[in-house]
Design a protein. Structure first.
Length: 94
């Protein structure tokens, strides 16, 4: 499994602006549950929201924050799994 993070908007921000980060995944087959941890400097950025996208859109996804670590966790619907590649979430920070 490969997870890639990239900017989902302007590459430069004004003070107080919003940073949007898109996550994508490749090389997965039969993924039933997951937990992805993303570390960031919480003295500079504050997580404001997350949205599930693409191949995670039919799954239950949670976004939780603690001590500069954002955890994206979730599960495919009962009796199913996620396979393939594509966008999985978008995160917003201020």
């Amino acid at each position: 499994m490969i997870i890639d993070l990239s900017a989902a908007g302007p590459s430069t921000l004004a003070a107080g602006g919003q940073l949007r980060v898109r996550g994508s995944i490749s090389e997965i087959s039969a993924l039933g549950q997951w937990e992805i941890r993303i570390a960031y400097d919480d003295s500079i950025l504050q997580f404001t929201q997350g949205a599930r996208l693409g191949i995670f859109s039919g799954s239950t996804v949670f976004f939780s924050v603690g001590g500069g670590v954002l955890t994206v966790s979730g599960a495919a619907p009962a009796g199913t799994s996620v396979s393939g590649e594509g966008d999985i979430f978008e995160l917003a920070f201020t």
